[in-house]
Write a protein that binds this ligand. Structure first.
Ligand SMILES: [Zn+2]
Length: 307
């Protein structure tokens, strides 16, 4: 998972998104009343009132339903989004998201499968105010998208608080806090994640928190959470794919070293930049001083580090 390039949506389509989002944001009252109710709900659901929690749960949900605010926004966001995914605007959005993908339209999360689903990084069922927000989209595959689904978490008071909503949970606004999930639209995932390349491209090819992060740091927890939610290590074909990607990168580098023709070298560079698993290549560059079989090669041709 690499940081995605900053690409703006065509103004015409952006205006449609803004208009639709505004319809959701302004159609209901603000969250003020709900926050009071949420505080009351937490109090009533505490240990002191545990025996009465079922009664309070249904009572408070009735109050929430009566308020035309957050829960109504969630409902409206779902309906409006489903109604608009087949419009010309979304055809254009898909085409623009495709330009952010690596290689042949690979998924922005796993880099393995074909990307064909518009993914909301902050789930639309939790954040109706972000359902038509361009920066909240990326293109993912039909395996990563359902794995992530509406799993999400925020950091509240230095602790990770999961906010995934289950079937019978109250439809209430999530707590405010920093996002735990690494967002490749706005940050570089490789600041927190590194790939186990082993001693010489013979590692597990698992993602893991970066070496320098201490286990009790929030960044370490964010890395672990993101790897788990996307199931980046337990899908064996992903690890084998990354390994194959690394060996392919190394083979192309050796070809480059041996090629004497300038034109053919340029051809190799052009093909190299379109190869699968760009995160693997990024990590090979990050770690090349510890990879004997490519170290001397990169020392001989340092321009390779710009590829
Ligand atoms: Zn994927």
């Amino acid at each position: 998972m690499l940081q995605l390039p900053e690409i703006h949506l065509d103004k015409k389509w952006q205006n449609y998104l803004d208009k639709w989002q505004k319809e959701i944001n302004t159609s209901c009252a603000d969250f003020g009343d709900e926050l009071y109710l949420l505080a009351l709900y937490k109090l009533l659901n505490s240990d002191y009132f545990r025996l009465l929690s079922f009664y309070f749960h249904s009572l408070i949900q009735q109050y929430f339903n009566a308020l035309p605010s957050y829960s109504e926004k969630v409902t409206q966001a779902k309906i409006k989004y489903e109604n608009r995914t087949r419009t010309a605007t979304f055809k254009n959005i898909r085409a623009t998201l495709e330009t952010m993908c690596s290689g042949n339209r690979r998924c922005c999360y796993c880099e393995d499968s074909c990307a064909d689903e518009v993914e909301h990084i902050c789930p639309k069922s939790l954040y109706p105010e972000l359902v038509f927000v361009w920066d909240n989209y990326l293109y993912s595959c039909g395996l990563c998208n359902p794995k992530k689904n509406n799993h999400y978490a925020v950091i509240v008071g230095n602790k990770i608080q999961p906010i995934t909503r289950k079937k019978n949970d109250l439809i209430v606004p999530p707590p405010v806090g920093k996002d735990v999930f690494i967002n490749p639209r706005i940050e570089n995932p490789l600041d927190l994640l590194e790939l186990d390349l082993g001693d010489d491209l013979d590692g597990t090819f698992f993602f893991q928190p970066r070496y320098h992060l201490s286990e009790d740091s929030i960044d370490y927890q964010r890395a672990k959470y993101t790897i788990a939610i996307l199931d980046l290590n337990d899908r064996d074909y992903l690890c084998r794919g990354r390994e194959q990607g690394a060996l392919n990168y190394r083979a192309r580098l050796i070809e480059y070293q041996q090629e004497k023709s300038k034109a053919k070298r340029q051809q190799l560079i052009n093909a190299f930049k379109k190869m699968s698993y760009p995160t693997v290549w990024q990590e090979m560059k990050n770690q090349y001083k510890n990879i004997p079989s490519i170290y001397s090669l990169i020392e001989e041709f340092p321009e390779i580090l710009d590829w």
